[in-house]
Design a protein. Structure first.
Length: 142
């Protein structure tokens, strides 16, 4: 069995992993290989600045997936919104000619996103572990 390695800061140990999915506006199939490569560069830089680690990132023509770790102090909604606004600004500027075939307004990402917690044991295993904790003996309390 593989031993879990935790991250630490001054007052906690943690292992927080998330799966993020972001789709293009109207699910237009406008992400090319070159755009995906640039999205990876932008994402790596942005996540590093936020003390987050990208474990895996790939995408298709209309969406991207990012598996990442984040410390507990990171506000996930702010991280996602920063990623979307910064990457959209760069991609729209650098690939404006290509994107003009898909968008007549300054769009790139859909307003929505999917964020899932991931990693660790399945939820049923955790429930069982908690349920089977030894209950303190109330007869021996002072």
């Amino acid at each position: 069995m593989k031993k879990v390695e935790y991250n630490t800061n001054r007052h906690s140990c943690y292992k927080l992993q998330y799966h993020l999915v972001v789709t293009t506006k109207y699910r237009h199939k406008c992400i090319t290989g070159e755009i995906l490569k640039r999205l990876k560069e932008i994402s790596l830089d942005l996540f590093r600045k936020q003390k987050c680690t990208i474990l895996e990132m790939e995408g298709e023509q209309d969406h991207i997936h990012i598996l990442f770790e984040a410390p507990p102090q990171v506000q996930l909604s702010k991280l996602v919104n920063t990623l979307k606004s910064v990457s959209s600004r760069y991609i729209r500027k650098e690939f404006s000619e290509h994107l003009s075939r898909f968008y007549w307004k300054p769009y790139f990402w859909n307003r929505s996103y999917l964020l899932l917690s991931s990693g660790g044991a399945p939820i049923e295993t955790i429930k069982e572990y908690i349920k089977n904790q030894e209950t303190p003996n109330t007869a021996n309390t002072p």
